[in-house]
Design a protein around this ligand. Structure first.
Ligand code: ZN
Ligand code: ZN
Length: 238
């Protein structure tokens, strides 16, 4: 037995893996209970050509939000419908369930792997967290997701290139104007030159896209030509 396998076994005995849907322990190293799979809804069918949100009107190319908003990213894709995984993502973020990333990344490869590879990204870049906040929480869930996805897809992950230099307040408590002000000068690229042509930003949830836009803008200003994003979940069009 390889030392890595022994380590993995020891970890699984100490910290049994939990199901990302019901949070109960799984057996034999399974990433999810087979019966729980049906509760998770993958984004399918007509989606906005810009933000990837499911749209009801099949004739439309863009969602109502993207019709009127100019985004700095080129296009984005999301894996799950938010409502079906909201509890899962909440625990992934706030209850230390970093192990869920293995399931999320495997589903990413299955459903979005071809799309992601076709884009030909130089790197996956997680949306950074304010350093002090990350220390308190213990990890940045977007970074955990990006790292696991990078391994699953064989794409480099760059966690150093961008930092969050302002402790922004949670976006959900702000209106549109507040969100913009909140994100002003919130991100900083830690190097003079960015060598990437194509990057994919990684985050957990897409709501209005304001955060991803703010990150995309700083990379755009540094001359990155193609900027995409992939998130774990996205809300429905209201
Ligand atoms: Zn389960
Ligand atoms: Zn859209």
């Amino acid at each position: 037995m390889q030392i890595e396998q022994i380590k993995e076994m020891a970890v699984s005995l100490l910290y049994p893996r939990r199901c990302p849907v019901c949070d109960r322990i799984t057996t034999g190293g399974a990433l999810i209970h087979e019966g729980c799979r049906k509760n998770i809804k993958i984004v399918r069918g007509s989606t906005c050509l810009k933000c990837g949100k499911p749209i009801k009107n099949e004739e439309a190319q863009y969602c109502s939000d993207c019709e009127k908003t100019r985004h700095y990213f080129d296009r984005g894709y999301s894996l799950f419908k938010y409502r079906s995984v909201s509890g899962s993502i909440y625990r992934f973020k706030y209850s230390g369930r970093q192990e869920y990333a293995a399931f999320y990344a495997e589903e990413m490869r299955r459903h979005l792997g071809d799309v992601i590879k076709r884009l030909g990204p130089d790197a996956l870049i997680p949306v950074p967290m304010y350093r002090r906040k990350e220390r308190i929480r213990g990890y940045n869930q977007a970074a955990v997701l990006a790292e696991t996805m990078g391994k699953e897809l064989g794409i480099p992950v760059d966690m150093q290139i961008i930092e969050r230099c302002k402790n922004t307040v949670p976006m959900k408590i702000l209106d549109e104007k507040g969100r913009k002000a909140n994100l002003k000068k919130a991100f900083n690229i830690a190097q003079n030159e960015v060598k990437y042509n194509c990057i994919i930003l990684i985050d957990d949830i897409y709501t209005t896209g304001a955060t991803l836009d703010a990150v995309a803008k700083v990379f755009r200003d540094k001359g990155v030509k193609r900027i995409y994003f992939v998130t774990l979940a996205i809300g429905q069009v209201v």
